[in-house]
Design a protein around this ligand. Structure first.
Ligand SMILES: [Zn+2]
Length: 257
């Protein structure tokens, strides 16, 4: 059976309220042996922690999403710091910059992003990076804050090979999700073919960004197998090999033994 690690998912999302246990069971049946669920604001951090406590194979990342930056209070940062002592919390994220949704001013996003990179260095955890239409500023801030010290994941990477190279230089893993499976996804496929094998991760970002042939529908963690299939085709490997390699990479990235 294929061994898979969905390194970025949101199974606590309301889209799964009707059938969450069923969705988790299907993921297990598809070969998903590890999951990192992402809690990214006041509502989703507690629900993420609950999932991680209920299921052995579910780990948690906690952080403050750039879209919600305006809502982060100083006590929230302390809350995240305290949660980092929990044995199932493996990363700080998703954090970063989002210039697509105009909900938090750029200065606020920059401050909240920097504070969380500093926290990650303080607690020694990797960071999970959300980057939407903000490549230049994300790279600059990661460099200025010396994120290379902890490394982490460029989640659902959508940038160029030039950008990927700079992330690799800062000890980041490059994670590919549903969009790499789309027929017209020339750039992501090219980037995937160039990233060193030991730095590739796969993810779903469920319930969002469902892979082909489910594009536009609700995504779920079992579909990470479709991302693995695409990566296998591009790299001339079997899906089993990609599953095994990306699972090893994910365990190393998140310090899961
Ligand atoms: Zn996400």
């Amino acid at each position: 059976m294929t061994l898979l690690f969905d390194t970025h998912t949101h199974l606590d999302a309301p889209q799964f309220d009707e059938d969450r246990e069923e969705v988790i069971r299907r993921a297990r049946e598809a070969g998903v042996q590890l999951l990192v669920n992402i809690g990214f604001n006041r509502e989703t951090i507690p629900t993420t922690m609950a999932l991680a406590e209920q299921h052995d194979f579910i780990y948690a990342a906690v952080g403050w999403h750039p879209v919600d930056s305006v809502d982060m209070r100083p006590e929230d940062l302390l809350w995240i710091e305290r949660l980092c002592a929990h044995k199932k919390v493996v990363a700080i994220g998703e954090i970063g910059l989002d210039y697509h949704w105009d909900t938090s001013p750029k200065e606020v996003q920059h401050r909240v992003f920097r504070e969380q990179i500093r926290l990650a260095r303080k607690v020694g955890k990797p960071v999970v990076i959300h980057n939407r239409d903000a490549h230049e500023d994300v790279l600059r801030i990661l460099k200025e804050e010396n994120a290379a010290e902890v490394g982490g994941v460029m989640h659902c990477f959508s940038g160029s090979w030039e950008t990927a190279k700079q992330c690799l230089d800062m000890n980041f893993y490059i994670s590919f999700g549903g969009p790499v499976t789309f027929k017209n996804a020339r750039v992501p496929k090219e980037v995937l073919s160039q990233v060193p094998l030991d730095r590739i991760l796969i993810e779903t970002d469920a319930p969002y960004l469902a892979p082909h042939p489910f594009r536009g529908k609700r995504n779920e963690s079992s579909y990470v197998s479709l991302v693995a299939n695409t990566a296998a085709e591009i790299l001339g490997k079997t899906t089993q090999e990609i599953g095994r390699i990306t699972t090893e990479n994910g365990k190393k990235c998140f310090g899961i033994t």
